[in-house]
Ligand binder design. Structure first.
Ligand code: ADP
Ligand code: MG
Length: 631
């Protein structure tokens, strides 16, 4: 692709206008040449019009590439070829070149702009104002003025102004703009609502949890912007090719001119043929073949609720041989509910209030299950301070009485406690066990039902069918892992339990020996594995900031089938890229051979060259019409 329309997004209108004028000029000149001779003045004016309207934008692009980026641009090749044609009396051919070049630039620019803007369009979904429920009643305020802790009222039909937590009310939310899922999602007290989603019914009171610049839309846009800096290997190839090769084409055409002269052709003919070589060899199609596919695929994915951090992530996902899943919160909901409470000292309620206090701030899905249970029983969590998370073990903190902990057998051992016989049966069972204690004294335990997500089984099956290996990694105990794994159709050697975050990283490294690895986690203590894998996939818009930073792909919805769909899209994109490069390089080889050895006329070289470019762009755009769907 040449540069003159690529960098600025706003000149669509004038670009189209100039292209139109260029074609009018070309049309009149063609009329004169083939159908109906026109007055000489009119014909010359028409040609000048075509040259100016087609050539000036290209010349501007060429100069700015030369001055700003110090590189020779394809625009320059086109301008030189057109001028060379005019110089040897083939002005009409030169006009055809400029008109086609200008048209394909405009079309390409429009198409690519559409792909690029898909996510930015989310910005327009942001409401300007919100209804804040403050000390002086409900008032309308600018969304930018909302701060975490504010209360806002959401009426039916209103868009969520910033991310928040439902305090009261129930209703259904259309989250399709963010997650790509069309089915409305029910929201009631305690649920997260995301910026730019639409409240369909019901009146909700929402507590603001994030300010505008850290809410969902801002985070999505940041991800996509970062993405554009991370180029994939084939994008780098086509960039490199475009830049280096342009110089070679220029040099080659001069050489061809000299050679034709030496072979005895007259100067005018040698120049004409050298211009034909120049056009035939110009790498427009090669340069656009990769970005057209990647941009289209990235924006199709974004509309389906899957954000790729760039073409590299897309190309890597297409090649993944092993999908390694975190269990809790990823393959399973992790918050299906508390199934049993065994308090060893005092009442179940006091015990649960204590556990909920300790887990009050934790992002872990188990913590959410415990808090939900306490809320359901109308308990007030005990105030706990100095809270510290111990990844894959549990959590510690301090209440009015003293130090406290909650966690698994590892935590128990670390605290110098031993398993009370009353808990022995639970500790062997296949449910996730959380013990709570003070130092060496175990106060009790609760079990959390960890159930597979509805989408986990089908997603695992689809990925396996694509030929990939599946792994499950968890910090939970082996019996729980085995029960979940079996239900998802995993073999015993695909299940790894009792892992610390560092063990997950080690297993990812081991799997890397068999090819590319994707790690899929909810981000609670998986950031290291997410970062280490070739493709880190973080799930859920509410997913932690760290996870989104570490990941290469974000699934906005908690729907694992999107991953299988994203992999299919990535593979299709890889195929389209291969087709495009083959087509572009093949067409170039044919045209160059023709122009060097078979006296290919300039207009045919131009047609082949621009036609190839457009074909490649359109082939890439097919991916745009291919949104990620899971049902
Ligand atoms: P997974 O790898 O399956 O996502 P984690 O590594 O997050 O699981 O957690 C492993 C185990 O560590 C849990 O099964 C639980 O026993 C314990 N644990 C981790 N965080 C907490 C917490 N906040 N409260 C209680 N237990 C926890
Ligand atoms: Mg987890």
């Amino acid at each position: 692709m040449a540069g003159h329309g690529q960098d600025d997004d706003d000149d669509d209108g004038s670009g189209l206008y100039l292209t139109l004028l260029c074609w009018i000029g070309l049309g009149l000149a063609t009329l004169d040449a083939f159908l109906q001779p026109l007055p000489a003045g009119l014909t010359i004016s028409a040609l000048v019009l075509a040259y100016l309207t087609g050539g000036i934008p290209a010349a501007r692009g060429a100069v700015s590439a030369l001055v700003q980026d110090h590189r020779l641009d394809i625009d320059l090749l086109m301008v030189i070829a057109a001028l060379a044609a005019a110089a040897v009396g083939a002005a009409l051919e030169g006009a055809v070149l400029l008109a086609l070049f200008s048209l394909s630039e405009t079309l390409e620019h429009r198409a690519m702009g559409k792909a690029r803007r898909a996510v930015q369009a989310l910005m327009q979904l942001r409401p300007e104002t919100a209804l804040r429920d403050g000390p002086d009643g409900v008032t309308e305020v600018a969304v930018a003025d909302l701060v975490p802790g504010d209360h806002v009222i959401l009426r039916p039909g209103a868009r969520v102004p910033v991310d928040g937590l439902v305090l009261t009310g129930t209703g259904h939310m259309d989250e399709s703009s963010v997650t790509g899922e069309s089915a409305p999602v029910r929201k009631s007290a305690g649920a997260h609502v995301h910026e730019a989603c639409v409240n369909l019914d019901g009146i909700l009171a929402v507590e603001v949890t994030r300010s505008l610049d850290s809410s969902t839309v801002a985070r999505m846009i940041r991800l996509v912007t970062e993405a554009q800096a991370m180029k994939s290997p084939s994008e780098r190839f086509s960039d490199w090719f475009g830049q280096r090769y342009t110089i070679a084409v220029l040099a080659g055409s001069i050489l061809a001119f000299v050679a034709f002269r030496l072979l005895g052709h007259p100067t005018a003919e040698a120049l004409y043929r050298a211009a034909t070589v120049l056009v035939a060899a110009s790498p427009c199609a090669v340069v656009i073949s990769v970005p057209s596919a990647i941009l289209s695929a990235l924006s199709a994915a974004a509309r389906g609720g899957v954000l790729f951090k760039g073409g590299a992530a897309l190309e890597n996902l297409a090649e993944v041989r092993t999908f390694a899943f975190d269990k809790t919160g990823t393959l399973t909901t992790g918050r299906a509910g508390v199934t049993a409470i065994t308090a060893l000292h005092g009442s179940d309620s006091d015990f649960l209030a204590l556990a909920a206090g300790l887990e009050a701030q934790s992002e872990h899905p188990i913590a959410a299950a415990i808090r939900d249970e306490a809320t359901a029983r109308g308990l007030t969590p005990v105030a706990v301070t100095d809270v510290r998370a111990h990844p894959s073990e549990g959590i510690t903190g301090r209440d009015a009485t003293g130090d406290l902990w909650a966690g698994n057998a590892r935590m128990l051992t670390a605290m110098g406690a031993t398993l009370p016989s009353a808990l022995a049966a639970l500790a062997d069972g296949s449910e996730t066990l959380v013990m709570v204690g003070r130092g060496p004294v175990v106060l009790g335990a609760l079990t959390v039902a960890d159930e597979p997500r509805d989408t986990a089984g089908p997603a695992v099956a689809a990925l396996r069918a694509s030929g990939a290996a599946i792994l499950m990694m968890t910090g939970d105990r082996a019996p729980v892992a085995a029960r979940i794994g079996t239900r998802l159709g995993l073999a015993p050697d695909e299940i790894h339990a009792g892992l610390l975050p560092a063990d997950k990283v080690r297993l990812v490294d081991e799997a890397t020996r068999r090819g590319r690895v994707a790690f899929i986690g909810d981000g609670v203590n998986d950031a290291a594995a997410l970062a280490r894998a070739d493709v880190g996939v973080a799930m859920g818009v509410a997913g932690s900031e760290v996870a989104l930073q570490a990941a290469d792909v974000a699934l906005m919805a908690e729907d694992l089938q999107k991953l299988a769909a994203a992999q299919r899209l990535a593979r299709r994109a890889a195929r389209v890229i291969r087709q495009n490069l083959t087509l572009a390089l093949g067409a170039m080889a044919v045209l160059v051979t023709g122009s060097l050895f078979f006296n290919l006329p300039l207009p045919l070289a131009v047609l082949g060259h621009e036609g190839g470019t457009l074909l490649v762009v359109l082939n890439g755009l097919r991916l745009l019409a291919d949104p990620i769907r899971t049902r």
